[in-house]
Write a protein that binds this ligand. Structure first.
Ligand SMILES: [Zn+2]
Length: 301
């Protein structure tokens, strides 16, 4: 079964969108295969094995350090791995994930460690080299540029082939869920800047880490705008819970459908990340003077 390997262009037989297990939904992700290079490994161990059987892979590039994009890379461990310099120390020492997800010392810590090692097989991965924004990879007949798109995480990159007006934009994923910034390294302003950067590019086709392929300049632009709008919608929702009189704490805002609508996937872990994302909005609103921090939480200014 190889229907997860999808050609992107009719007239190019060496660029494939590789759809991850369960449609590339977390805890899996989609990958890109361009000639003998693969970007990300989150499709599942079984799909990686099938891919390896069918194609020669000489280099693995990571779009960012998140576990759903580097998981199961053991299947390709004899092939050199590359990533952004800021992701290298994290991928090489996955204990850092506990701090980046703010779960060290919480009741979820042990469960999360078990999840990394026993469920999704994420382990310390030696990175052979790094790439920087602006670098160009010559892959077969294609020139692929590295585009810096931080915000979702530090070191998050997009991969652009100008000749084809195509980019793999990783976890600027255009999903219905919307942008995710639940890491301590995530940054809302940078995320918005990165979306704007993609909007300015001349693109006819994009592929993302958790959704399929989007085609057409207009549609890509509209979907990027809709995706960015979700920051505002969440912010509005947070403001609707705040009053001038009674302080609201970040904890009060959990499970109010501001970020997650359901918690089927490791609920205690999602609650930690939901709090991180709400905290980032509260900081932003405070910096903009819209809310004021008091002893027990926040009030409208
Ligand atoms: Zn992801």
């Amino acid at each position: 079964m190889t229907d997860f390997i999808q050609p992107i262009f009719e007239d190019h037989d060496d660029i494939f969108f590789i759809e991850g297990k369960y449609g590339g939904k977390v805890p899996f992700s989609n990958c890109l295969l361009i000639a003998d290079h693969i970007i990300d490994t989150g499709i599942s161990a079984l799909y990686l094995k099938r891919l390896r059987h069918k194609f020669t892979i000489r280099k693995v590039l990571f779009s960012h350090w998140h576990d759903d994009h580097i998981r199961d890379n053991r299947i390709l461990e004899d092939i050199p791995f590359y990533c952004h310099p800021k992701c290298k120390p994290i991928i090489e020492d996955i204990d850092k994930l506990l701090d980046l997800y703010a779960i060290r010392g919480t009741p979820v810590e042990i469960k999360f460690k078990e999840y990394l090692s026993d469920v999704i097989d994420v382990y310390n991965t030696k990175i052979k080299g790094s790439f920087s924004p602006g670098d160009v990879f010559q892959i077969g007949s294609y020139e692929m540029q590295i585009i810096s798109t931080p915000g979702h995480s530090v070191g998050h990159c997009a991969f652009h082939i100008p000749e084809l007006k195509f980019a793999f934009i990783g976890d600027i994923d255009l999903s219905k869920f919307g942008p995710w910034y639940g890491g301590t390294d995530s940054n809302i302003s940078e995320f918005i800047e990165s979306i704007e950067k993609i909007r300015k590019m001349d693109l006819e086709v994009v592929a993302t880490g958790h959704r399929g392929i989007v085609r057409g300049k207009e549609l890509i632009n509209q979907q990027l705008i809709n995706y960015k709008e979700i920051f505002n919608a969440r912010e509005e929702k947070i403001l609707s819970f705040l009053t001038k009189e009674h302080p609201t704490s970040p904890e009060d805002l959990l499970e109010k459908s501001i970020i997650y609508k359901d918690y089927r996937f490791l609920k205690p872990f999602l609650l930690v990340m939901e709090k991180t994302m709400i905290d980032k909005h509260l900081q932003k609103l405070k910096n903009e003077g819209k809310i004021t921090q008091v002893a027990e939480g926040y009030v409208l200014s």
